[in-house]
Ligand binder design. Structure first.
Ligand code: NAP
Length: 281
């Protein structure tokens, strides 16, 4: 019988702590912690993400500064806005919702955000510091996974960890965090050979590939910890993860569900990073 890792409950607990820290910051400094969210264009999914982030800020006592530029906004206009936010004392974190419209060079825009305000943890300086196990801001989703392991008393030290997926926002920072936590880490991707055998040797298996129910029971070791980052749709259009949950759950010692697992942790860690950035300011 496996323990289901409850991301929703942990997210609620952390948000309570974040709220307390945000209130303490305001009491001490006389103004609120601020997160600026920049949205360019009308992508419906991005609009939902931005709305959710703003709502989460309000609930956590973090002031949000929301900017919505039209889809045809010039690159220079977006850069000028980011520069203004970088200069503002009231803004501790800056988030530019991706993807940006095609005529705008994402890398150029993101490069304007200094590491201290990069609450997504995507910039080269923050990623480099993570690789060197130094003080940094960590990408929200893998950071949330580490918090889940910690909450459930799962120590990666000496364990064999397999990360399935090598994206810059999930797989790679996840692997670095696990290495920093003394796990022996293998990173798998679409060119990996003997994927089933590699996954089946993992004590901790973190899956972030974006393929519905891809990880089946025969890919999981008895008693493994299985963390499912995927957010996919099954054949009936229902939200599901990258792991075949129903068949894997009895084999795993701990498992995250989708929904209610890693998902709620991501925005929570964005708030957490914003508080961290403010406290360092
Ligand atoms: P991504 O950028 O598309 O990267 C996918 C990775 O999976 C790539 O490294 C790819 O390998 C690998 N991959 C794809 N198919 C594979 C296969 N059949 N076998 C082995 N490896 C395979 O995806 P992402 O942004 O990391 O996101 C992954 C999933 O996590 C998605 O479902 C996404 O929606 C979800 N997600 C959830 C949250 C959350 O808050 N819960 C946050 C972020 C992402 P190559 O590098 O060789 O192409």
């Amino acid at each position: 019988m496996s323990t289901v890792i409850d991301g929703k409950a942990l997210a609620a607990k952390l948000r309570g702590q974040i709220r307390e820290r945000a209130e303490a910051f305001r009491a001490e400094r006389g103004f609120e912690i601020g997160l600026a969210v920049v949205l360019v264009g009308e992508d419906p999914a991005s609009q939902v993400y931005v709305r959710n982030k703003i709502k989460a800020c309000e609930e956590a006592g973090i002031r949000s500064f929301s900017y919505h530029l039209p889809a045809d906004a010039a690159e220079a206009e977006v850069i000028a806005l980011v520069d203004e936010l970088v200069a503002s004392d009231k803004v501790h974190g800056i988030l530019v919702q991706l993807p940006l419209p095609r005529h705008i060079d994402e890398r150029k825009v993101l490069a304007r955000i200094p590491a201290r305000k990069d609450v997504d943890g995507f910039c080269a300086e923050n990623v480099g510091n993570l690789a060197m196990n130094r003080e940094t801001i960590v990408a929200c989703t893998p950071f949330g996974v580490m918090k889940m392991l910690e909450e459930y008393g799962i120590d990666p030290r000496g364990k064999s960890a397999v990360v399935l997926g090598r994206s810059n926002i999930v797989g790679k920072p996840m692997a670095m965090l696990l290495v920093n936590a003394d796990a022996t880490v293998t990173v798998c991707h679409s060119k990996t050979k003997n994927l089933k055998e590699v996954c089946a040797a993992a004590d901790i298996l973190v899956v972030a590939i974006g393929r519905a129910k891809f990880v089946t029971a025969d890919m999981v070791k008895e008693g493994a910890v299985v963390i499912d980052v995927g957010m996919d749709r099954d054949e009936n259009g229902k939200l599901c993860g990258d792991v075949d949950y129903e068949n894997v759950k009895d084999k795993a010692s701990y498992i995250t569900p989708v929904p209610g697992g890693v998902g709620p942790m991501t925005i929570t860690m964005l708030l957490y990073n914003t508080v961290l950035a403010a406290s360092r300011s």
